[in-house]
Design a protein around this ligand. Sequence first.
Ligand code: ATP
Ligand code: TZE
Length: 531
Amino acid sequence: MSTDNVKRVVDFSLYLVTGRNLLPHGKSYLTCIEEALRGGVTVVQVREKEVETAEFLEIANDTIALCSRYNVPVIINDRIDVALASGAAGVHLGQSDMPLAIVRKLLPPSAIIGVSCTTREHALKAVEEGADYVGLGAIYATRTKDVSAPGSVCGIAGARAMLGALEGTGVKAVAIGGVNSKNVLRTLHGCVSSTGHALDGVAVVSDIMASPEPYATASCLAQTFCAWSAAVSRGPAAFLVKAQYTREGIAAAAATLVDTVRRVRPLVHQITNNVVKTQSANVTLALGGSPIMAEAEAEQADLARVPGGLLINYGTVDAIDGMLAAGIHANQNRKPVVFDPVGVGATSFRRATAAKLLDAWQPTVIKGNAAEIGALADSEEVKAQGVDSLGGFKDASAVVRSLARTHRCIVLLSGPTDYLSDGSTVIRLSNGHAILGQITGAGCVLGTAIATYCGAASIAASEPCEGSLVNGDMLLAVAAGTLALTIAAQRAAGRKEVRGPGTFLPALIDELAMLSPGAVLGTATIDVETE
Ligand SMILES: Nc1ncnc2c1ncn2[C@@H]1O[C@H](COP(=O)(O)OP(=O)(O)OP(=O)(O)O)[C@@H](O)[C@H]1O
Ligand SMILES: Cc1ncsc1CCO
C-alpha cells in the first residue's frame, strides 16, 4: 500500500467487483479484467470469499500489476492484511467486518476505505467514521450475493434516502447489487436524492465477470455513464430537455402535437383496469393513436421494442407481473411510462404495490387525483374514498413540485385545475368540465391521453439524447395530452344532445376525434409558475 499521505483521486464511475466463479468457460481471470479495463472500468475491487490467504495475496498482486498499467486503483474486499501486503489502494468493508475506525488506524493515510450500506443509518455512520466512499445496495435482488435476509435489498427508494444523507459530505457513492448494462440508465436516473444528489458510479459484478465479451460490456456501461452525466446537468427531472416554458409556447406546442399524434400514430400499450378498457382504447383511437391492451408478462419484451407510449394503471390491481415487466422493458427501450396509481391511498396493498412498481422501473409521468398524489407524497391533507378524492391541497404547486423531485419524473395532479410539474416549473391548466367528475374513469382516460401524447412526442423528438430515459419534452407532452382531453370535454359538454353523463361519453369520443390544433390554441387556459 502506498505509504505517502496523499490520497489519490478515484474515478468511481465504473467500479468492477471481481468474482472468479462467474467467469465463462475458457476465459481466464486476468484476460477478463484486462478486457474490462480496456472497456472503461475505472476501479477494481478484488473479492475472494473462498480462498486461503496465500492465494488471495497472489490474486491481489496479479490484479494490481495489471491495473497499474491502466492507472486503475485496486481495492481489496474485507482483508486488511491482504491490502497491506499487496500495496492495494484501499479496502472495502461490509457491515459485519472490522469497524472502519480501527481499519483507518491500521492503514496508511492514503488508504481508500469504502463501506457497504443498506440503510440511511449505515450511510450516516459511514460518514461519521470517515469513509471515502460507500456502496449502496443491494439495489436489485441479485444472484452474486445472498440477499434473502429481510432488509438486504434497499431498492431505488433506499438508495435515494442514503444519497440524501451523503449530500455535502464529500463521501462518494456507487450503486451495487444487480446493476447491469440493461438497467444501468434507469439505476442512474432513479438513484438521486430529492435535493439532486446523484451517484458517483455504479458497481458491476456478473454483467462483466460472466460476459463472454467483457470489453463490449464494460464499454457499454462506461458510455451509458458518460451520456447520463452529460444529460443529468440539463434539469431537475434529468431526462428533460430543459426549456423556458411560457403560456404561448405551451399552447403552440400542444396545438402542434394534435397533428403530430395523428401523423406518427403511436402504439399506446395499456395495462389498465377492467372498468375502463374499452373507453380507453376508444380514446386512444379518437386522438389518433393505436391502442393495444396487453397484460401478460411474456409479451412485454416484444411490445416494448415498438416505439410509442406505455400506460400502467393499476385500478383493479391485477396483472402485477405484467406491470413489473412492462415498465422494466419500457425503460430499457427508452419509452415513456405513464403511471396511474388509482386509489393508492385506499388500501395498504395498493400502497405496497405502488412502491414495488416504482422500485422496479422509472416512470416518466405519475398522474393522480388529489387523494392519490397525497398518498404518494405521504400527506394526510386530502382524504380518499376508494378511487375518489375528497377535496384538494392548500398549496398544490408545492405538492407536485416536491413529488416530481422525489420521483424524478413529471407529476400531474388532476382536478378542476390540473397541476403539472417537472420538479421546477409548475403548469396550471384550467380547462375541462365538471361533468367529467360524473363518469367513471375520467382520470383513467386522462392517463391514456397523456400516454398517447408522450408516445408521439418521444417518436417525433428531433434531438435524441442518449443519456436520458426518454427523448422529447415530456412536460409539454403531458400538458398537451391534458389539454386535448379537457378541451374536447368542454366542447362535448356544450353539445345540445348531451343531457348528462350517459350522453356525454360518446360525445367526448366524437370531440376527441374532431379536435383541431385551432381549438386547442383558442381554448387552452394555461398559467406557468417558474421557481
Ligand atoms: N370540476 C371540474 N372542472 C373541470 N374539469 C374537471 C373537473 N373535475 C375533473 N375535471 C377533469 O377531469 C379529468 C379527470 O380528473 P379527475 O381528478 O376527476 O380524475 P379521477 O378522480 O382520477 O377520475 P376517475 O377516478 O374517475 O378516473 C382531469 O383532466 C380534470 O381536468
Ligand atoms: C371504479 C373503479 N374501481 C377501480 S378502477 C375504477 C375506475 C375509475 O378509477
